[in-house]
Design a protein around this ligand. Structure first.
Ligand code: NAI
Length: 347
């Protein structure tokens, strides 16, 4: 392993804290990438990392991503992330969450925790027993709760903008959209798109989830291996990352890619490949910021759904700005988004 500061994913992060608790077997890493715009906000991810090297890589990459996402969403928040090493199904205890809460508290508000992969609302409430620097909490207690409906709203509005920019269309009537992943975000996106008149094609590895999404959107269920090659107007990745890669790009027929999944491009060069093929890629972290916007409105202590929706409705303007600059320079929108985000965080 190269020395810590020479790792390719180390990006002059402000701090990286390794937190352990022998009693509860906690092993966590909390990375604060930037607090230039405000306290570093980002989710806690619990995952059974094969080794600490992959956990470090993940937390460094994800925390930088949060700096970019929060900046582009116009939030007064920096970027951070926490990873908890362990299996969320078998290793989770309330005591483990209390330990993590103590570790977050020790950072004195420099890092604000929210929910990510492997974490639940109940876990966030357990963390909150030890620190106030935790968000994405129970709506019954006046907090914002589940962020995915706002993420789905932001993606939906972004698709509307993308079809306007790329196809010169003002409405979705009769357009075909392929949604990969029928989870919390994907299913709600299917519903919104179908209400706007789009024809939905949807897939998921989980039969129950895909059946539900298809039923609420009058959608057609397709095989998981076929979704990416469908002859549709928009491909909306809402499952996992790195699905735009050497193998998948030659099969993509949609002129627009716009979805919620994080880190859709396997490598930076794939953004350029899409430009060559005249496929408009909507940068994931610009499009999927609805969830963190929902969290941000909890931070002030006076959560309001209406205020969140108003803020989310600005995502298409940010996207338009990125897309138009990218088109005029003939470069990938991913590059333009990174450049704009870096400027905003003073890098
Ligand atoms: P989820 O876990 O509820 O749904 C993901 C779905 O993808 C699951 O139903 C899963 O069965 C399915 N899936 C997994 N592998 C698949 C494959 N090969 N083909 C088709 N389907 C597959 O997650 P959620 O919350 O809906 O998020 C979706 C994506 O959006 C994730 O990448 C997430 O990181 C990202 N995201 C979510 C936000 C949120 O507010 N929930 C915010 C920002 C990003």
């Amino acid at each position: 392993m190269p020395s810590f500061f020479e790792q390719p994913d180390f990006d002059e992060h402000e701090s990286v804290t390794f937190a352990t608790d022998r009693r509860t077997k906690m092993r966590a890493i909390i990375a604060v990438h930037s607090t230039h715009l405000g306290p570093a906000a980002g989710g806690v991810r619990m995952f059974p990392y094969a080794d600490s090297e992959s956990a470090i890589k993940d937390v460094l990459r994800l925390s930088r991503g949060m700096s970019y996402k929060n900046a582009m969403a116009g939030l007064k928040l920096g970027g951070g992330k926490a990873v908890l090493i362990g299996n969320p199904r078998t290793d989770k205890t309330p005591e483990l969450m209390y330990s993590l809460g103590n570790a977050i508290e020790n950072l004195g508000g420099k890092y604000l925790a929210a929910e990510d992969v492997g974490m639940t609302l109940a876990d966030m409430e357990n963390i909150a027993k030890k620190t106030n620097h935790v968000f994405g909490r129970d709506p019954k207690l006046g907090f914002g709760g589940e962020p995915s409906p706002m993420t789905a709203l932001g993606v939906f509005l972004s698709i509307e903008k993308a079809i306007e920019v790329k196809l010169g269309r003002k409405d979705l009537n009769g357009l075909k959209v392929a949604v990969q992943g029928a989870g919390a975000v994907g299913a709600d996106l299917c519903r919104r798109l179908s209400q706007a008149g789009a024809k939905i094609f949807v897939c998921d590895t989980d039969k129950g989830r895909v059946a539900h999404a298809a039923s609420i959107s009058n959608g057609e269920i397709v095989d998981i291996d076929e979704i990416i090659g469908l002859d549709v107007d928009v491909f909306a990745p809402c499952a996992m990352g790195a699905i735009i890669n050497d193998a998948s790009i030659p099969n993509i027929k949609a002129p627009i890619i716009c979805g919620a999944a994080n880190n859709q491009l396997a490598e930076e060069k794939h953004g350029g490949e899409l430009v060559k093929r005249d496929i408009l890629y909507c940068p994931d972290y610009v499009v999927n910021a609805g969830g963190i916007i929902n969290v941000a409105y909890e931070v002030g202590g006076n959560y309001s759904k209406e205020a969140v929706e108003k803020h989310v409705s600005n995502i298409p303007n940010t996207l338009e700005n990125v897309l138009k600059e990218a088109i005029s320079r003939n470069v990938s929108p991913a590059i333009v988004a990174d450049e704009q985000a870096k400027r905003l965080i003073g890098r």
